[in-house]
Design a protein around this ligand. Structure first.
Ligand code: PEP
Ligand code: MG
Length: 319
């Protein structure tokens, strides 16, 4: 399997019956981009920009951000780069962010809520993203969206900054990390360019289990049928507006989840860099029709254990 994975590195992600599935890497710093491409990543489906913002006394300037995003776009050499807007807040504090301690940080000021409340954080980042867009196919996405209004506010800010810089817009995506966003995916898809499912947060919020609480974190399972039904709803909603759906959470790196996600309608998988060769080789061994049949089956079962049995049969079937 290792050899097959290496051999697939230079090929494109496509099921054996011809469905194009982009296999990308999640990146968390500049130096990871070139090695990810070398191991077969077809782009970056999630740039976690927190690396620029944490462990420092003040926020990075627009110029500093533009330089980093541009360097990453250049290292990707024409491949897509999806930059996630800052996702810090109560759970990942920065000393210069005036967010008081919260009793429930997972339900508090985090993700896009921070940027919308503190425009001095959001605006320089949007401008830096737009500037990097001159150097490659850059897209931007907003974390922790729960309502269409939030998407509208981000789009308005992005449009205003593009006009002020005299630069073209970049495509704007929504991260589906709240059950509300999954359920409202059709309404969101009507007003965004793509959706990317953050299965780590989507799972924690669907199951109401805190990722950071050791008493429950071990029971969090992205293959829970509740999560898979939300992903299915999200794909249906996006499809009704002709928008594509990616997965950038941990499920995209889980071989058992990959055929299910493809069967539900996901067409981009952004995995941990080390998993890219294996995930791409797996995609190339799968039949999208079989994935579809598997997805329909898992939507009927009631436990994660049953999902695992069905997915394991499928994976064993492709060797
Ligand atoms: C997710 O929630 O699945 C995700 C990709 O974002 P993060 O893990 O950075 O919260
Ligand atoms: Mg998240």
């Amino acid at each position: 399997r290792k050899a097959a994975a290496q051999a697939a590195a230079g090929e494109e992600g496509r099921t054996r019956d011809g469905l194009r599935i982009e296999v990308c890497a999640n990146l968390g710093k500049r130096s990871e981009a070139a090695p990810a491409v070398a191991s077969g990543a077809e782009g970056c489906g999630l740039l976690r920009t927190e690396f620029l913002f944490l462990d420092r006394a003040s926020a990075p300037s627009e110029d500093e951000q533009a330089e980093d995003y541009t360097a990453i776009a250049q290292a990707l050499d024409g491949r897509p780069l999806i930059i996630r807007l800052l996702d810090i807040g109560g759970d990942k504090p920065a000393p210069y962010l005036p967010i008081p301690a919260e009793e429930n940080p997972a339900l508090g000021l985090r993700g896009i809520r921070v940027g919308l409340a503190q425009r001095e954080m959001l605006v320089p980042q949007l401008r830096a993203v737009l500037r990097a867009g001159a150097h490659g196919p850059v897209k931007v996405m907003a974390p922790m969206i729960a309502r269409v209004d939030e998407l509208r506010s981000v789009r308005a800010a992005l449009t205003a900054e593009a006009a002020s810089l005299g630069l073209p817009m970049v495509p704007l995506g929504v991260m589906v990390e709240t059950p509300a966003a999954a359920v409202m995916a059709d309404a969101l898809a009507a007003e965004c360019d793509f959706l990317s499912i953050g299965t780590n947060d989507l799972t924690q919020y669907a199951l109401a289990m805190d990722r950071g609480n050791p008493a429950v974190a071990g029971s969090i399972d992205g293959l829970d049928p509740a999560v898979l039904r939300l992903i299915g709803l999200c794909c249906e909603g996006a499809e009704s507006h002709g928008k594509w759906v990616g997965v950038c959470g941990g499920l995209a790196s889980d071989p058992l989840a990959v055929p299910i996600l493809i069967g539900l309608g996901v067409t981009e998988l952004s995995a941990a860099p080390a998993m890219v060769p294996e995930i791409k080789a797996l995609v190339r061994a799968l039949s999208s029709q079989d994935c579809r049949a598997l997805a329909l089956e898992v939507l009927q079962v009631s436990t994660a254990a049953q999902v695992r049995v069905l997915a394991t049969q499928m994976i064993e079937g492709v060797g």
